[in-house]
Design a protein around this ligand. Structure first.
Ligand code: ZN
Length: 232
């Protein structure tokens, strides 16, 4: 089977649509959180996700931005993120906020070979908050996996694609759909082919001008529009 991995959509509808064109044929879609925050299309993105979840195997966990918006806690966020959070809370529908509140913090998925995956936004040590960047010492990844009973760990949160293999177990971050931060502005996702065991990373161009224009029009910080072009 083909499993599509996505994360950190961040209310960017144009990026999600571009990725979706590529992954719509996948047998399962796994999303590691932060559906909303930063961008200007939170209701459209949540409604897209809700609709697709009714049609196909599509699991999603709650990210720190989803959590902050849904529950009204903005402790620890930078001023730009906080301004976007408050805007989200004003414009999002009651139903869409309720959807975010009900997202689980962890989910488990088993593929057709029996391999099991734990989905979590940040890290098993601090599910919503810890950043597991690829440049951390190898010992950190070994330690993180000691908290995981499943074979593989699927993460988001850093907006940086990553594959670590520790004694045959994998830690995979597909990067960010809606706000990449690895210097490449294009939307990021990953695929797992369970037949070959391969994990591949992919980038797709999207209408970034439109996403940026909507951010400015919504009165959100210009910085949030500018960074989409930089991928930083
Ligand atoms: Zn994020």
């Amino acid at each position: 089977m083909l499993i599509a991995l996505i994360s950190d959509i961040h209310s960017n509808l144009e990026a999600l649509q571009a990725v979706w064109e590529k992954i719509r044929g996948a047998d399962a879609v796994l999303c590691m959180g932060d559906i909303v925050g930063y961008g200007a299309s939170p209701n459209e993105v949540v409604e897209f996700v809700r609709k697709e979840m009714e049609r196909r195997t599509f699991l999603c966990v709650r990210g720190n931005h989803d959590n902050a918006i849904a529950f009204g806690v903005d402790w620890g966020f930078n001023p730009y993120a906080r301004q976007a959070l408050r805007w989200h809370q004003r414009v999002m529908s009651v139903e869409n906020l309720e959807f975010l509140r009900r997202l689980p913090v962890r989910q488990i998925f088993a593929d057709d070979t029996g391999r099991r995956y734990l989905l979590i936004h940040g890290s098993p040590r601090a599910p919503l908050d810890e950043y597991l960047f690829p440049w951390l010492p190898e010992g950190e990844f070994r330690n993180v996996l000691s908290y995981v009973r499943q074979d593989d760990l699927l993460l988001g949160h850093t907006h940086v694609p990553m594959l670590k293999v520790v004694e045959g177990r994998r830690i995979i971050n597909p990067g960010s759909v809606g706000q990449p931060r690895d210097g490449d502005w294009r939307a990021s996702y990953a695929l797992i082919d369970t037949e070959t065991g391969d994990v591949t990373f992919h980038r797709v161009e999207y209408n970034v001008e439109e996403s940026a224009r909507k951010i400015i029009e919504a009165g959100l910080p210009k910085f949030l529009a500018d960074r989409l072009f930089e991928g930083l």
